[in-house]
Design a protein. Structure first.
Length: 147
């Protein structure tokens, strides 16, 4: 875990920037496509995650996806509520996902929704990177909290 301190303008405190790395397991409950036209299908899925490491938490993800007739081209958006402990702080926050695949080239952006933090995680901001290697899911959460 890394820590960086930065003065937070307009407040009496500092924002502490931290990086937490760990892994997570995923279970998925996918629905059949609800709309199909000209080879493009739209679908929904629900995921449950269990995070381990500095983020000791569970989450529920609601996802909408589009798959195209081109191999390796698709996109999704998702909303995820993460609840548990982050570096010993109890609370929850919401993350938004936007994923794109362009004929095999992928791009994923996961950001924490401003002001979605609760409990000890009130005021959390940041981003998350996800890596999948051989079926193992790993996260890097780059986040800030006010001190």
């Amino acid at each position: 875990m890394s820590r960086f301190y930065k003065r937070d303008p307009g407040t009496q405190g500092y924002r502490v920037r931290m990086i937490a790395k760990g892994s997570f397991e995923v279970t998925m409950d996918a629905e059949p496509p609800y709309d199909q036209a000209d080879g493009v299908s739209l679908s929904r899925a629900r995921f449950d995650k269990r995070f381990t490491g500095p983020l000791d938490a569970t989450s529920e993800v609601q996802m909408l996806a589009a798959r195209t007739p081109h191999e390796g081209s698709a996109g999704y958006v998702a909303v995820e509520r993460i609840t548990g402990l982050l570096d010993g702080r109890r609370g929850s926050f919401v993350a938004l996902h936007m994923g794109l695949m362009r004929r095999g080239e992928d791009e994923l952006r996961v950001v924490i929704v401003p002001d979605s933090g609760t409990g000890d995680l009130t005021g959390i901001t940041g981003t998350m990177q996800v890596e999948v290697d051989g079926g193992r899911h790993e996260y890097t959460l780059d986040y800030s909290l006010q001190t």
